[in-house]
Design a protein around this ligand. Structure first.
Ligand code: HEC
Length: 248
């Protein structure tokens, strides 16, 4: 009888842990980015790429430099010397140096603020988007994830220039159409394919973090809550055993 209860308790705890795993795995449709916001080194690299390649057009107005420094374990000096290019102060939010109306007339579209992109699109989407740029027949940039995008491929020096190769697919009705098959690298960049994947993953992780900074703390707290619950269940069980000992 008692052993059975203990076994049940263990099963309950295991289930608790496995459900946490399941909810973290997400959708299977696009390639899993492997972005991990608890990997501080990855977030730091992502922040560096972002400040160098993205902040010129995209603001992140929900995020302040000092908050980021604190969360990513960076000192004020490190941030101000290596990551802040505009004349911003440590306590400022991350704004662009370009005027939005200029950006609009140059690109036809205002580059959106990316504070919440990690939440609305998700890290996997950003990972795919940053790897989906290619040069089309007109010699302009296009993107398989966001067709006819007006953002240029700002990371092309890292990734290189790729072209999209299509294949003809014939449907059941006999109607055939061209569908994207794979990319062909026509001019390699300074990073290998694997290194560029890592870069895209780091940026995706950084944007996921930016979208919900409290997630870092929540993930840390979650483990303690589960441990506490497990310990509490165990104590409650001991207490119950103690109460019932004389009655049996
Ligand atoms: C030269 C300016 C410029 C730079 C630099 C730039 N972008 Fe963009 N970005 C744009 C513009 C313009 C759009 C709007 C595209 C559209 O809707 O056609 C855009 C759109 C996006 C979107 C899609 C938003 C959505 O859901 O529609 C993402 C994500 C994004 N950029 C991420 C980045 C990242 C990450 C970097 C740095 C690696 C970057 N951008 C650098 C101009 C820029």
């Amino acid at each position: 009888m008692e052993r059975k209860t203990i076994r049940l308790l263990f099963v309950a705890i295991l289930l608790l842990f496995s459900s946490v795993e399941l909810s973290a795995s997400g959708s299977e449709e696009i390639e899993h980015s492997g972005a991990n916001i608890t990997d501080t080194a990855s977030l730091q690299r992502g922040a560096k790429w972002f400040m160098n390649y993205c902040l010129s057009c995209h603001s992140v107005s929900y995020m302040r430099y000092n908050r980021m420094a604190q969360d990513l374990g960076l000192s004020e000096e490190m941030v101000m010397e290596n990551l802040v290019f505009a004349d911003a102060k440590f306590g400022d939010t991350m704004e662009i140096s370009m005027r939005p109306d200029h950006a609009e007339s140059w690109f036809g579209n205002t580059p959106p603020d990316l504070s919440l992109i990690g939440r609305s699109r998700g890290a996997d989407w950003i990972f795919a988007y940053l790897r989906g740029f290619y040069m089309d027949e007109t010699g302009g940039w296009n993107n398989t994830v966001l067709p006819n995008v007006s953002m240029p491929h700002v990371l092309w020096r890292l990734q290189g220039i790729q072209q999209a190769v299509y294949k003809t697919e014939t449907g059941e009705s006999g109607y055939s159409r061209e569908v994207f098959d794979h990319f062909e690298m026509v001019s390699p960049g300074v990073q290998t394919a694997e290194e560029y994947k890592e870069t895209a993953r780091d940026i995706a992780a950084f944007l996921e973090y930016v979208g919900e900074p409290a997630k870092l703390q929540r993930k840390g707290v979650g483990v303690w809550v589960i441990l506490f619950l497990a310990l509490f269940a165990f104590l409650a069980y001991l207490l119950k055993a103690e109460f019932w000992r004389d009655i049996h």
